[in-house]
Design a protein. Sequence first.
Length: 278
Amino acid sequence: MSTPKKPNLRIALVQCSLFDLDPQANLQAIANELAQLSGQIDLAVLPEACLTGFSEEAMNKGEVWHESEAIGELQRLAKHHNLAIACSVFIRHEDKYANRFLLIEEHSIQWQDKRHLFRMGGEARQLTPASERKLISFKGWNILPIICYDLRFPVWCRCKQNDYDIAICVANWPKGRRLVWSTLLQARAMENLCYTIGVNRVGTDMSGLSYTGDSALISPRGEVLASCTPSETQTSIYEISYAPLEDLRQKFPVWLDADDLPYPKHSIYNIYCFIEST
């Protein structure tokens, strides 16, 4: 059976600084950037916590889900410029707080909460982790949405039976761990045979942490197809095609030999029982 044809996607990596705890200033900066990109792209990818920056204070001031004027403004921008926006924001929903990945289009918002909460930054104390993994569909492409710390966990990111084509990671990943960031982006692309996009912020946050961005779009072979200059506010545009991905997966079908995950919970217990009985 032939795979349905998927259109090329023009993707913008929007590497920018953020105004701490100032959604209106961040919205204005986003609006200015999207105005420059109008008509040139299909998808703009912004950093994690694009309305507030990453901090415990920001987590406590999450946007009220389904009532947020700021998220509504992002959707109006998507409609006005005929594009989609990928980002994350801190949200409140009933009695829960979450770091929520959004893919915003004119008539819809698809979402996935962050699974692995960064305990060293207070997320584990403040937020609720995702209980399930969901994929996002955009123009026929299947996307795995992940947020920052999620990138470190390959089981969560595993592409099972080629169920997604692109992994998008939005982040506030500090300068001190920039080598880890770049290495993991390439690793996730190669081990899952998928395009991988990582967009990180630049500048210095309210805690004094510095960010170099190092935003990049990686091919399924691990090649850097597009990148942003470290430490600079910059947008890089690249158009991806489905044909090279499909060709690689057909010629090099490593996914056919992948382990079934998750492993049964009792497997380690059984091993210990066997060792003790011998």
